[in-house]
Design a protein around this ligand. Structure first.
Ligand code: FAD
Ligand code: SF4
Ligand code: SF4
Length: 618
């Protein structure tokens, strides 16, 4: 039976059903004598596409195992399922055919089906549509015809509702859904995940919830601790940040429904890997977003500001004229691919899924399909572990084996060397792309730029083109070394101002289409109880030194510039000293600041009691 619990501290404890075997309670009571032990068979951390699919699939599979009864708790930090979910999202429909075969009859919200997908190069003022035949040959991953265009937050809300119905029809499973309950810490004892600590309110009312298996679909919030504690790190994960707005277009705007654009170039012209997306939704709405890698040399990426620059492009200005901003939000994406996968996808008593594992394929900007697949496959392993009563990593490893052999992972594996193609050839983005864009700006074609590159730098350019082509097409089984370094280690405080501002600020634009970061927060609808304290600053001294260093150079400290929501700021303390401070009530929980802080002096924790942004509609 499914039940939802309110995210407030008056939640009646007696309502929390648990499967309590005598032995388990005895053990738990011994370990935590002063607390009432809450136990489940399975805890799912995050009401994510991966975890909700896991629970949905469990309901299907468990029907054939009447001898087993499972209790499942789903913890979601947002007040509503989907409320902290942000994505594009253009998704291959086949994953829904597999995991939710009745999704059409069951009313899954689909914005549109992609009828036309294009890839374009943007200079400051011009747009060059790469001919479709070239895109098909060179960038087939950006052909999205027939894919679903989704508002993922709405789909996740639908998944939660569908799950409630599914669980109600399944006598031998109890699914308790806890929106507004953040898992604050993984409980690890004796080399085993025992469950999680949960905070129900902002005050110190915390409970340990125990389970035989805990599944992490939490985009890294606490799963990063699992990876570290169990020593299963692969290469460091490379992260990017995605910033996105949805717009209601004016009645005069062209019909964009089903149109999907991906762009390279303006406004990300500083040599950082990044690109834009524009997706046509139902009801005359449009999604506009940018994804920017966080392993940039640039200490001031300013993601939200760059999104505003993107909208200043004449192509987008024309589309947005007379329109209205509906929502704004931001989230990070793991883009290291296969090379950054942990050595194990499971540990004793724990499983990692979706973005928490790193299953996003940045080459095709596709993570939803693999997140769903991971949940779908994990369900089989989880159920099997209750048949054998063996929750060890060894027993759970069928999950990893199944996932590695999933046909859906083939494309993902083929992108293994995608990041290396750019990391090994920085001149591609720093030098050659701007030349192609200059040529588009002047002559409406990249050809003269390509010619100029060939003539001015023939050997280097041929080498770079060859090397990047090799890496982009290199099969996964080639054993070429990949060693990434954490993104923040690339930051160059002395990165040139010219590069930072290249090609920007040249366009005329309608002021009504552009929002300051402060104003954008309003459209993320953040809501916190008084005095939120969900970001830890480990050392004030470290911040002082950092601020002093960047003040001397005359630029913003990275956390201030790159925050997507006007949280970090510098306050004037006595003696004219500037100190790092935070307006946490603005935070959209994206974790960008944690990832880019050059001193690794921050930790962004999950917002408590359902606080945070409201991304429904993103
Ligand atoms: C701007 C942007 C555009 C994208 N575009 C596309 C696209 O077009 N196509 C595509 O396929 N993919 C796209 N992606 C990637 C895709 O959205 C992700 O790969 C996918 O959502 C990952 O799903 P997941 O199951 O890992 O869970 P996530 O979507 O990461 O959701 C995690 C959930 O866990 C919750 N949570 C986190 N920590 C806790 C905690 N401690 N306690 C309780 N709950 C917690 C969060 O609130 C959230 O609800 C995009 C991503 C972004 C940011
Ligand atoms: S949080 Fe990090 S980036 Fe910000 S001032 Fe402190 S050390 Fe510098
Ligand atoms: S404070 Fe950090 S987590 Fe919060 S919005 Fe800013 S960058 Fe994102």
């Amino acid at each position: 039976m499914p039940r939802r619990f309110a995210p407030r501290n008056d939640t009646p404890r007696k309502n929390i059903m648990a499967t309590k075997t005598k032995e388990k309670i005895e053990t738990i009571n011994k370990e935590t004598p002063n607390k009432e032990a809450i136990t489940y068979d399975v805890i799912l951390v995050g009401g994510s596409p991966s975890n909700l699919t896991l629970a949905h699939r469990l309901c299907e599979l468990i029907k054939d195992k009447p001898e087993i009864h499972l209790s499942v708790a789903i913890l979601e930090k947002s007040e509503n399922f989907g409320g902290h979910i942000i994505s594009g999202a253009v998704v291959n429909k086949t994953i829904f055919d597999k995991a939710y075969p009745n999704h059409i009859e069951d009313g899954m919200p689909i914005e549109s089906i992609c009828e036309e997908s294009s890839f374009a190069l943007l200079s400051s003022n011009k747009k060059f549509d790469v001919p479709n035949v070239i895109t098909r040959a060179a960038l087939p991953d950006f052909i999205k015809d027939g894919y679903y265009v989704l508002t993922l937050s709405n789909v996740v809300a639908w998944m939660a509702e569908t799950l409630e119905k599914k669980a109600a029809e399944t006598p031998n499973i109890t699914i308790d859904m806890f929106p507004g309950f953040a898992a604050t810490k993984a409980l690890i004892e004796d080399g085993e995940v025992k469950g999680v600590q949960v905070a129900r309110t902002g005050d110190p009312l915390e409970d340990n919830i125990y389970a035989s298996v805990t599944c992490f679909g939490d985009k890294g919030f606490i799963s990063k601790d699992i990876i570290k504690e169990f020593g299963i790190e692969g290469n460091p994960q490379l992260w990017s940040v995605g910033v996105k707005e949805t717009w209601k277009l004016s009645d005069k705007a062209p019909n964009m429904k089903g149109k999907v654009f991906h762009t390279l170039g303006y406004p990300v012209l500083d040599g950082t890997l990044g690109g834009g997306f524009v997706y046509g939704l139902d009801n005359n709405r449009l999604t506009i977003g940018l994804v920017i890698s966080l392993d940039s040399k640039n200490p001031n990426i300013n993601p939200q500001k760059q999104l505003q620059e993107y909208k200043k492009h004449p192509w987008l200005q024309k589309l947005l004229e007379g329109g209205e901003l509906l929502n704004y939000g931001a989230a990070v994406l793991p883009e290291g691919g296969v090379a950054s996968l942990p050595k194990q996808y499971q540990v004793n008593g724990g499983i990692l899924l979706g973005d928490a594992l790193g299953l996003l394929d940045v080459k095709s900007l596709a993570g939803v399909d693999k997140a769903i697949e991971s949940g779908y496959l994990a369900a089989e392993t989880v159920l099997e572990s209750f048949t054998t009563r063996d929750f060890s990593s060894e027993s759970l490893k069928t999950y990893q084996e199944e996932l590695e052999h999933s046909p859906l992972m083939d494309k993902y594996k083929k992108s293994k060397y995608f990041r290396k193609a750019f990391l090994e050839n920085p001149e591609l983005l720093e030098k050659y792309l701007p030349k192609l864009l200059d040529s588009i700006e002047q002559f409406n074609t990249p050809l003269f730029g390509a010619l100029a590159i060939g003539l001015s730098d023939p050997i280097k350019a041929t080498k770079a083109a060859y090397k990047s082509f090799m890496y982009l097409n290199m099969p996964e089984d080639v054993k070429e070394d990949i060693s990434y370094k954490e993104g923040y280690k690339n930051i160059d405080p002395h990165f040139s101002e010219r590069m930072r501002n290249r090609g920007l600020g040249l366009n005329k634009f309608s002021k009504a289409t552009i929002y300051s970061r402060e104003d954008a927060v309003f459209y993320a609808q953040t809501k916190y109880e008084e005095h939120p304290d969900h970001i830890d600053e480990f050392s004030a001294e470290t911040c002082l030194t950092c601020v002093e260093k960047y003040e001397m150079i005359g630029i913003d400290v990275p956390c201030v510039s790159d925050c997507t929501a006007e949280v970090h700021r510098l306050d004037l303390a006595g003696n004219d000293i500037k100190v790092h401070a935070m307006s946490l009530e603005n935070c959209v929980q994206c974790r960008t600041c944690e990832l880019i802080c050059p001193e690794q002096n921050l930790r962004v924790n999950a917002a408590l009691a359902g606080a945070g942004p409201d991304f429904r509609g993103l």
